[in-house]
Design a protein around this ligand. Structure first.
Ligand code: GAP
Length: 464
């Protein structure tokens, strides 16, 4: 385990050093569990979003995308059950004033599901659980704490009607557009609506870097099916697609496993829920989820809004309420998986070593780095700039003339740049450059006019 924690430390360190992820508001001493994706992190994030959108929206005729608001009508969260039920059971240590998830503390001792059993939790805490921080046993009552962030709209006082919420999941914005999408497109059940965006949860126990955040992004699909559809097959297909996607980010199959929620823990409307777990350095944890949500969401929103949220079956000549399969993907957890999977320390010949981020090429933040062999030779710099300017419109590129070539390779390895191009004195004669491969470190001579095709082919090839 020590080794594994070590890996997390190394990931956090390279993320800061190379501009993937910074602690947010650091100059003010930081702000708990909030992070900024830096120049390379934001490219990585955009590439993962683009890969997801391409796979699940652009390449599919049965899925369309939307982009809904973060602050939605407050009634929506009453209909969905979030106002009443999106709670964590919390307890405070009266000695050191630290706050904890009561169910987590108790379940670690009993192994039992403690949902809703407040009295019982308090008793077990008092008898068996010292505070993990100060080791004393002086607990407050166990209380429910709603995880939605609330805000006030256009008001100076705070009557309940004026309270709005930052969405705790992107799904809500999708359900309420079901009718608009059906009316404005030619989508027919089965079909899906996809969305990528921010969600907010007032997590008490946030942590493990970008694994659990208060402000995070989700990539979600609500897939509408007929009530009598062969949902088991569709369900399995979705799971496979989710597992396929994370492997496209670099994860190994053997680091994934499925966790099926036991029947007694399922929401009353769900037929089946499976989490896809990934072997993070801190243990197997939920990465993505897939739930059969029945007709709960559309029925609830129809009830609360007074609108008909149904689909007309032409064959049967009748209206029906579609059922929903919900594949959900956490974007920040996807980024963490990509970072962990990419991180490699290699021993080189001559006792040297290097750190290299072996991202799949499709998600690498920079695809090509262009160097002049020497910084102080204007003819080399001019040629390298010319090549950089030719390539940059098509591939995310970087020009680097700092330090020596060896140092530049090390830097690009840590950024995960698949190819480095060096312009040397021969280039001025033979119109060719040296292309060095990130993974094999093999160097090849390539004609300048063939570079574009070389990288296009390289990016298309399935291997990383
Ligand atoms: N609409 C269903 C839904 O929101 P969820 O399991 O609560 O389901 C879906 O969240 C995904 O969102 C999770 O599998 C995880 O990847 C991500 N996620 C949830 N809470 C998160 C948090 N606090 N920080 C980062 N990612 C989170």
């Amino acid at each position: 385990m020590a080794e594994q924690n070590d890996l997390m430390e190394k990931i956090v360190s390279i993320c800061k050093r190379r501009g993937f992820v910074f602690q947010a508001s650091e100059i003010y001493g930081g702000f708990a569990n909030s992070y900024t994706y830096g120049p390379y992190g934001s490219e990585l994030k955009n590439n993962i979003k683009a890969l997801w959108w391409k796979k699940f929206v652009s390449m599919r005729e049965d899925i369309v995308g939307i982009d809904g608001p973060i602050i939605l009508h407050p009634k929506l969260w009453q209909a969905s059950g979030h106002v009443a039920g999106f709670n964590d059971a919390l307890v405070d240590c009266k000695e050191c004033k630290k706050r904890f998830r009561a169910d987590h503390l108790v379940e670690a001792v009993t192994g039992e599901d403690m949902e809703g059993k407040f009295e019982e939790m308090k008793k077990i805490l008092d008898e068996k659980v010292p505070c993990p921080n100060c080791k004393k046993t002086n607990w407050s009552e166990v209380r429910n704490f709603n995880m939605m962030f609330s805000t006030k709209m256009n008001t100076t006082d705070a009557s309940d009607e004026e309270i709005a919420y930052l969405r705790p999941e992107t799904a809500g914005a999708i359900f309420v557009e079901f009718k608009n999408v059906v009316d404005s497109t030619r989508m027919k059940v089965p079909f899906g609506i996809a969305q990528i965006g921010k969600a907010f949860r007032n997590e008490i126990v946030a942590g493990n870097f970008i694994f659990r955040l208060r402000e995070f992004e989700q990539m979600e699909i609500e897939y509408f099916i007929k009530p009598d559809a062969e949902w088991e097959t569709l369900f399995e297909d979705w799971l496979k697609l989710q597992e396929e996607f994370v492997q496209e980010l670099g994860a190994k199959k053997e680091d994934l496993r499925r966790y099926e929620h036991p029947k007694e823990k399922l929401s009353h409307y769900s037929k089946k829920t499976i989490d896809i777990e990934y072997k993070f350095p801190f243990g197997f944890k939920e990465l993505y989820g897939l739930a059969h949500r029945g007709d709960f969401d559309l029925k609830q929103h129809a009830k609360f809004s007074g609108q008909k949220l149904e689909f007309f079956d032409q064959e049967k000549n009748e209206w029906f309420v579609p059922h929903i399969l919900e594949p959900t993907f956490g974007l920040d957890r996807s980024i963490l998986v990509a970072l962990i999977s990419a991180y490699i320390e290699e021993e080189l010949e001559g006792g040297d070593s290097r750190i290299v981020m072996k991202f799949p090429r499709a998600i690498a933040p920079v695809k090509v780095a262009v160097f002049p062999l020497l910084k102080n030779k204007p003819e080399l710099v001019a040629k390298a700039k010319e090549i950089f300017n030719q390539l940059k419109g098509e591939f995310p590129c970087e020009f680097d003339d700092n330090g020596n070539v060896g140092k530049r390779y090390r830097r690009q390895d840590e950024i995960g740049t698949p190819w480095c191009v060096t312009v040397d004195f021969d280039s001025l004669e033979d119109d060719a450059v040296t292309v060095r491969d990130r993974d094999t470190m093999v160097q090849e001579r390539v004609k300048i006019e063939e570079l574009r095709e070389y990288f296009v082919t390289g990016l298309k090839s399935r291997k990383n």
